[in-house]
Design a protein around this ligand. Structure first.
Ligand SMILES: [Fe+2]
Ligand SMILES: [Fe+2]
Length: 233
């Protein structure tokens, strides 16, 4: 039964010795997952108003909102290993207004879907792929892997919304908003996940240097060429 004993210990062992910074970063991710859940839920409601009660992409958005809440719970499981903190799980009990106030509902749906799906979720997927390679087996790798497999689908929501919007209207007005959306993705979603100290990659944390190259490649090879197909340049 030695093997069974070892398998049982592996998931917790890397976290027992984790520096404080590891838990701070996973706390940041918990907050980001909660906010993503709120944004996807609001996006689902707005999509139903624009595209009808039976809208399929709105349903996928609602499922994405549930996925994000599940990701937050996975973060909470990691945070439960931090016995030094008085830790209270976060809850999704607030509203987020995404984008400029003066957009019509249909344009706001596109703005949000592109910002959250095509940009943030696509960047997040690229980072998670790298984290997945570096993370130690056990609770960290399992969590990164689970989040990664959902984020790939969440990114598709943006491209699906962009495709159907462009059949009805010209989405090129979004061009002027792209630099701000990219900036916000970096400052609000990506930077809080990074830490420029030692090597925390076995705990699923990259340094800004490790992430910069991945981010630039993802923007230049996937996101910008994808948007260009819709005349968003
Ligand atoms: Fe997530
Ligand atoms: Fe996501």
């Amino acid at each position: 039964m030695l093997l069974g004993y070892k398998l049982q210990l592996e998931p917790t062992e890397p976290l027992i010795n984790a520096p404080k910074a590891v838990f701070q970063i996973w706390r940041n991710r918990e907050a980001i997952e909660i906010e993503a859940a709120i944004i996807f839920k609001q996006l689902a409601f707005d999509m139903h108003r624009v595209w009808g009660e039976n809208d399929q992409i709105a349903r996928i958005c609602m499922a994405a909102s549930s996925d994000e809440l599940r990701h937050a719970v996975r973060c909470q499981r990691i945070l439960s290993y931090d016995h030094s903190a008085d830790y209270q799980p976060l809850t999704a009990n607030y509203r987020v207004q995404f984008g400029p106030k003066d957009l019509s509902l249909e344009d706001r749906v596109l703005y949000t879907a592109v910002g959250v799906g095509c940009i943030t979720e696509t960047l997040s997927t690229a980072l998670l792929l790298e984290m997945n390679k570096r993370a130690s087996p056990g609770v960290i790798k399992d969590t990164v892997h689970e989040i990664l497999s959902d984020e790939i689908n969440h990114g598709r929501i943006g491209w699906a919304e962009l495709t159907r919007y462009s059949r009805r209207s010209d989405p090129s007005w979004l061009t002027k908003h792209i630099p701000q959306l990219v900036k916000e993705a970096f400052s609000d979603e990506i930077s809080p996940m990074l830490r420029d100290e030692n090597d925390l990659s076995k705990w699923g944390i990259l340094t800004p240097d490790q992430s910069d190259l991945i981010m630039q490649e993802t923007l230049n090879k996937i996101i910008y060429p994808g948007l260009k197909k819709f005349s968003i340049v």
